[in-house]
Design a protein around this ligand. Structure first.
Ligand code: GDP
Ligand code: CA
Length: 327
């Protein structure tokens, strides 16, 4: 790169899958600047507090504050406030906020109420956590992922958190809507980061309610198509199932088979109005590589379980290597 400008790796991120991947990436990214574009479709207001689960999972994980076994929320957490709310009979009882976590949401809500944009608020929170990446929300505008279900309450749309956390995705999702997305703009810095990127990576995040939401913000998918940088993704589906969570439910809702190659084809090739150049699948899905390559994807297989930091770093290094081979 010319002058003192650092080369940029852009990563589109959901929560747990992305945060794990980013930990590995930061061990192999050298002197690149890593810019993370985070999903905010999961955000919710609880007890008057604005909660941004995916941004916080990335921030806490990279900043050393995450509850490691859980993969979300704070380490060494206490639940005094939640117990007091329960004593008042004040819900929802299906989404518990820990005391330490509440401090984050208090700071965020106070700054938002004072008129700050979510991107500025996120930067302010990151000044404490120093995650080692530039964390940008996909948009400063409110976008909420809703899921249409039919259950005892009839046919209705529920907030993504209610579907995921209260209902455990046990009822089939009929469709997914990103409410507010049509009028949303990418947050400041998002399009510039993509345009100036040397590499764009899609970590193993949920293709529908993490990456899909980010790509639905007007301008972001177009920016990926126009980018000089190669775009390489890592499959969140291994051997026909999500590694963790219920991404299968979300893929069913949009009619995409729960299969690593099918997810790549859903994203599509950049040369054919899609967003991808390269795609990593697990060794369990090695048989799909030839077909993907024949279709034009730079595809390869390798172990994709982020079982520890070394394994995760190897996945990130392979994604960077694939990108380099495309430049
Ligand atoms: P969320 O917002 O917390 O649900 O997190 P993400 O959207 O970032 O990531 C969820 C996805 O990560 C799920 O679809 C999982 O299948 C995937 N995932 C979790 N752990 C692993 C892993 O070790 N390897 C791979 N390849 N995918 C994983
Ligand atoms: Ca999420």
């Amino acid at each position: 790169m010319a002058g003192s400008v650092r080369a940029v790796i852009v990563v589109l991120a959901g929560g747990i899958g992305a945060a794990q991947f980013l930990r590995g990436l930061l061990t192999v990214s050298g002197d690149h600047e890593v810019v993370v574009i985070g999903n905010t479709g999961d955000d919710i207001t609880l007890h008057g507090l604005r909660v941004c689960p995916d941004l916080d999972t990335v921030m806490y994980t990279l900043g050393g504050g995450i509850h490691a076994d859980q993969g979300w929320g704070r380490a060494d957490e206490r639940f005094t406030v939640a117990e007091e709310l329960a004593a008042y009979g004040v819900g929802p009882d299906w989404f518990t906020l820990g005391d330490r976590d509440i401090a984050t949401h208090l700071v965020r809500t106070q700054l938002l109420d004072a008129g700050a944009a979510l991107s500025d608020v996120t930067a302010a929170l990151c000044a404490r956590w120093r995650p080692g990446v530039r964390l940008l929300p996909m948009s400063d505008d409110r976008v909420e992922t809703h899921v249409v279900v039919t259950d005892g309450g009839g046919r209705r749309a529920v907030h993504f958190q209610e579907y995921w956390v209260r209902m455990h995705a046990a009822v089939p999702a009929e469709s997914v809507a990103y409410v507010g997305v049509d009028g949303a703009q990418p947050a400041p810095g998002v399009l510039d980061a993509i345009a100036s990127a040397d590499v764009v990576l899609l970590p193993p995040s949920n293709p529908v309610v993490s990456i899909g939401t980010i790509l639905a913000v007007p301008g972001i998918a177009d920016a990926l198509r126009a980018a000089a940088a190669p775009v390489v993704g890592v499959s969140p589906i291994v051997g026909g199932a999500p590694v963790r969570g219920m991404a299968d439910r979300m893929l069913e809702a949009i009619g995409v088979p729960v299969d690593a190659a099918a997810v790549a084809r859903h994203y599509g090739l950049r040369s054919a109005d899609g967003v991808l150049d390269g795609w990593l699948v697990d060794t369990a899905d090695a048989a799909s590589v030839a077909g993907l390559c024949a279709d034009g994807f730079a595809a390869r297989s390798m172990p994709l379980l982020m079982s520890d930091l070394d394994a995760t770093a190897a996945i990130a290094a392979a994604a960077l290597e694939t990108a380099r081979s495309l430049r």
